[in-house]
Write a protein that binds this ligand. Sequence first.
Ligand code: BTN
Length: 323
Amino acid sequence: MSKYRSQIVELLHHNQHQYLSGQKIAEQLMISRTAVWKTIEQMKQQGFIIDSIQNKGHKLKSYPAEWDADIIQLVTRQSAYFKQQYVFKEVTSTQAVAKEKVLDNDRPFIVISEVQTAGKGRFNRQWDSQGDKGLWMSLVFSDEIPLYKITTFNLFISLAVARTIRSVSGAKAEVKWPNDIYINDYKCCGFLTEISGHANAIQQIICGIGINLNHQQADFPAELQHKATSIKEMTGETVDRYAFLDSLLSEIEHAYQQFLTHDFSDIKAEYKMYSNIWNRSLQYTEGTRKVTGQAVDILDDGRLVVRDEAGSIHHFISADIEI
Ligand code: BTN
């Protein structure tokens, strides 16, 4: 791969409204015009659509369908919090990779992969993660966080994801307590939060997020077809994954700062408005027993309050709830 690729990607990315001549790029990067031409030809083969016109120059029209490490770097460079990222074509699970990397990395970072061969969901379920359809990513947050706060982390993050989906696509994304996002009662995103630390405080949070962006219904395995969806399936519009990632990271960073400095009670009203569990019957599993009830409230520590059919009140810190 050309050693000038990331610089040329950056120049074209920041000048998408105009043509940049080979001469200008060469001068700016202090390299030869042949090196510019060769790199641009290589980028075209790698899936960048670049309009090249003689005597005018080059203009970036669209990005490769596969995640491109140079573009992700441009996106994350805007991030005030995540300064490092690892981009893969295929891993077993970004969560597994993040857990390995956390052992010798005490700064925040991101792991993204095009494909996961063993994507993991909550309750050890499998997470279907095909290439160029979605966003499969693990975010590692590194701060000392008092133990009592962690029960509300998922609530801040789920609000950030729902806000992003609403602002980028216009779809009415809703939060299903504690960490799923639905559109029109179909699940389009789930996340998984794991922590490491010591007896008094959490030091790292590893949050694995899976978002179905551009699936068609037939892309989902048969057993998921009646309950899974993607943003594209719901809006009819293809989601630009880089623009989505950019917005998502800034919403998540904002929500994370709120989580560090505020209590859940400060965002509870908004969270409840985004939530899809009110005024409907829901089922949850207690041991081996399936119980039917209704969500009544969320407490300030993030616990869900449910009244079962017999009128008894239950408080859940985490549960598998079906709506
Ligand atoms: C769930 O809804 O059960 C949680 C799904 C979490 C999936 C994401 S995809 C990125 C990260 N890597 C994994 O293996 N799982 C999480």
